[in-house]
Design a protein around this ligand. Sequence first.
Ligand code: CUA
Length: 357
Amino acid sequence: MQPIAFRSHRFGAASRRRVRACLGFIATALTASSSSAATIQAPLGYLTAHGPRAATILDLTYGTLAISCLVSVIIAGLLVWAILRRRPDRDRTDPKALAVARTGGGLPWIYVGVGLSTVALFGAAAWTMVVLRAVATPATTPTLTVEITGKQWWWEVRYLDEDHARTFTTANEIHIPVGVPVAFRLKSEDVIHSFWVPALHGKTDVIPGQTNTTWLQADRPGVYRGQCTEYCGKQHAHMGFVVVAESSEAFARWYQNQLAPAPPPAGDLAEAQKTFAAKCGACHAVRGSLVGGRLGPDLSHLKSRRTLAAGTLPNTPGHLGAWIADPQHFKPGAKMPRLDISGPELARVQTYLATLD
Ligand code: CUA
């Protein structure tokens, strides 16, 4: 078996070569992060909202945060006041008097405390119910429905349409038109996951054996980071995805491109496709080709996606090669095994994947 470039970094004897490899990797990582910084407008964070659903929830978040802070400040203030309050000297010299001493009568404090807590808690509960009702359904009926299936540890994304010819499957990257609500049907094939794009909507659990529904809407074009937020095993943290919100024209172009079948492999590409089918075809599918595995992500138009392995790596030729050569290095425990693949075979697989744009 011929060693591939990625493996020589790890096992090369000369430390100088390792340092050079490290520097190269850092340079690649920096380039990748700076290029993604230009496109990713909403990293994972729930303190900014970019859609009506998230905005309604964010008001409640800040409201309950303010109430909690106020309660903490009041309690801390009273506690400090109680500690600093000096008792009359008589109490200190006669400890027996402490247990029965009723100097001020503290009962009103308890009435006031219970009263205030009740008002604050019922207020927060009522506000929560109002918000739940407000975000339950969008203002207009969605015309687009996307079916998401959570799997350990990636997301299958299926665009549904009454016309079967306009239905297709992709993975880990969801495109939506901006300014309109989009409906989601959430399913799981293994354990409980949770679907969350903090800038666009609240969390919805993804539960095996049932279909949960949710919706989201983006007000501005952008790339919004999403994440599984229910612990689902070893690679839970590497179960990310992105939502790409774009103008209706750009979305229509993307949709049309996704519907296009893979280019027919001709000449040298036929050999590359044969290697791909032999090495990857048991698990992966490419629409419009004879490769139709269902275990792993559908790789149709893979090149057009931003990330690999559910948001784990940027989708660059270097990262793709390293990922195929040794997925367990990047995502230990993932279902994709380390393939017994030679350098030339890997090059052919990459040549074929590079045509899927
Ligand atoms: Cu899927 Cu955590």
